[in-house]
Ligand binder design. Sequence first.
Ligand SMILES: Cc1ncc(COP(=O)(O)O)c(C=O)c1O
Length: 429
Amino acid sequence: MTACVLKRDAGLSGMHKMDQKKKFEPLGSGTEAVWGGEVPAQSGAPTQPAIAQSVAFGYADVDSWQAVALGQEPGHIYSRNTNPTVKVLEEKVRLLEGAEAATSFASGMAAISNTVFALVKPGDRLVTVKDTYGGTNQLFREFLPRMGVNVCLCETVDGDQIEREVGNGCRMLYLETPTNPTLKVVEIERAARAAHAAGAVVVTDNTFATPINQRPLELGADLVIHSASKFLGGHADALGGIACGAAELVRAIYHFREITGAALDPFAAYLLLRGMKTLELRVERQNANAMAVAGFLERHPGIERVFYPGLVSHPQHEIAKRQMKGGFGGVLSFSIRGGFPAVKAFLPRLKLAHRAANLGSVETVAGPPATTSHVEVSAMDRAAMGIPEALVRYSCGIENVRDLIADLDQALAGVSPQFAAGEVTECVG
Ligand SMILES: Cc1ncc(COP(=O)(O)O)c(C=O)c1O
């Protein structure tokens, strides 16, 4: 049983393309999230992508088998290489990101490590920023140097330094924006321009923003990476990763993945596909929830600082406004007065949040970087990266925002009664 795949140019409507007389109109992201890679069911066929839960695909005769194996005919041979259900997911993400090609992985980290290992070699130089996700950071600090790759970690928000370092020559510029967990913003367009002048490949982790809010390929990136385990899937029930972008680069990454074997399982692909149908609706709600929660927390006496690119007070708000067209994302972080003990008292009081190492799901999820994004990093390194020990990462779900705000309010009041909102006292004399 194979799922139907609709081949379509990046961002163009296949349906409109068929009608050559009509002007081509790109489909909206909400439509691509639903229909991308799929076609309306015909003649009793399933309306949903079928789960091709099979290791291999059979052929009655050697000639047709060989034609598929050699890539002369479309089809599938072995699920470590390609699989019909997985293909639908790749196509959906490809269309949403406006990419030429996409390939998928067993997790976001598999997407990141396979992309980097496929494209850099000993002696190469990779320029990146200090605030990448903890696992990515570990790859750059520990594994790449061990392979003889030189890694240059720039101050995330220092555009001049990034320009200068890529100008010194590099094979790859690796970006993540907004960053995990302090929501710093890197100006993709500026960094990509400098990297291309140096002949480098530009990779951007778009997990936090999602293609609903930000399309890095339009800003000059060559490749976009997602942990599909987060917003793309949206239901915290399947791991997955995607790399998409320029066809030639994706081909090289796919070839490497065929051999490393970090393939996405078809059942996980099915769950991710089911989640992705509502991507735009979820992300729009999460954007709005995060904006309202960030505004509430910014005014709360129990909060030291709020990190959210949608706030006018965010140091890179203007850059975020330019490159995040749809919204500022569903994740924010904040530091609580009272240090780590206050975080330990606060988190168990939340009634509407999972305390878990995850983000991007329909339920709100909260946790400190010390047990989530930067669990692999020492307290000293976290401090050096500007991650306060009293920080809480808060990934808004799709709940009603007044309930989330009330929940945060009661949890903060529980930590210390003086933190109850509204108790601002002006001392006179
Ligand atoms: C920005 C970002 N990129 C990549 C990853 C890794 O994804 P996965 O857990 O699917 O391997 C994460 C995980 O939290 C992340 O936050």
